[in-house]
Ligand binder design. Sequence first.
Ligand code: NI
Length: 393
Amino acid sequence: MFTQNLLDAARSHSDWIIDIRRQLHRHPELMYEEVRTSQLVCDTLTELGISFERGIAETGVVATLGTGVSPCVALRADMDALPIQEQTDVPFRSEVDGRMHACGHDCHTAMLLGAAKLLSERQSESRGTVKLLFQPAEEGGAGGKRMREAGVLDAPRVERIFGLHVWPQLPTGTIGSRPGTFLAAAGEIDIAIRGKGGHAAMPHLCIDPVVTSAKVITELQSIISRELDPLDSGVISITTIHGGEAYNVIPPEVKMRGTIRALTMDRFRWLQERAKAVITHIAAANNCEADVSFPGNDYPPTVNDASVWDSVQNFAAEMLGREAIQEIPAVMGGEDFAFYTEEVPGCFVALGIRNEDLGCTFGVHHPCFKADEAALPIGVALHTAFALQSLGQ
Ligand code: NI
């Protein structure tokens, strides 16, 4: 009953939530450049009379509701967009060339502001503190890590944390997640293979980094198929390869990039080690030299606390019906919500936004990605229910 009321309340604010989402969608900003987004968040919080701190991890904002002391729970949304040219037909499509909210972080931010509105309307009943974390740079910039380092989980100490991600594989009105590891550990790899360039007609006078690179790419896959336990999961994908300019010149160097993923940090580190060894030795066997580095931020796996997921299922079943909740398999995508769940028990939940009639069927990071906005009030109600229920209300 209590959760049904929250859903009704969220739905009564649908237009307000959708309007915020569309403003964000029109003006997508990349990691650590979420200036306008952050301003909109601050303006909305001010309008709602909620106190906040801004400029955390560059553009992050932390709002605080309630008593200001323990118990304390946190709700999190990410704010950054992607370097993608939008190709949808929505009337509020991106107005910034080559930038798009193709991962639905506009929805996440709007839903957390919706939760702020619902929670502020219920503040007089509050028995603890709710922190709303609007974080920058989920897409590779480890904004979550920097927010954590800035102390957003402290003073008062956050005891439980909740996050949502729009999920085009699940129909609107449903949610999914799982106990334990839900998303993978993920990191980047840079590879340079150096040989000796020269005339392509005289390969014996050169050391060919192109052929060596081809061997490296295929051999890396043997780590997954021959060394990793078939019942375990790992991914090595080489995603870019650059070398040479001409038909008849062997280049001196080939550069490659890619991603490595696993379901545990141990397995992830092992894949990095094995990749480095295989690349270095194949290069040596072909008279080349190899540089291997792991730039950027390694994301840990996102691990859900089983009891937190249990309690989410309970209030979500009351709100949406038991059949609307699915335990879904882990996926090899990475997510920097992991930096919070490394320290605090929490749960990351997939929010269904699939709607065939509206063409909301494309995956995230696709230029045609669209979200069914009917899911937004559901997300708002879930956020709010999590906070209130965790604080025993
Ligand atoms: Ni995302």
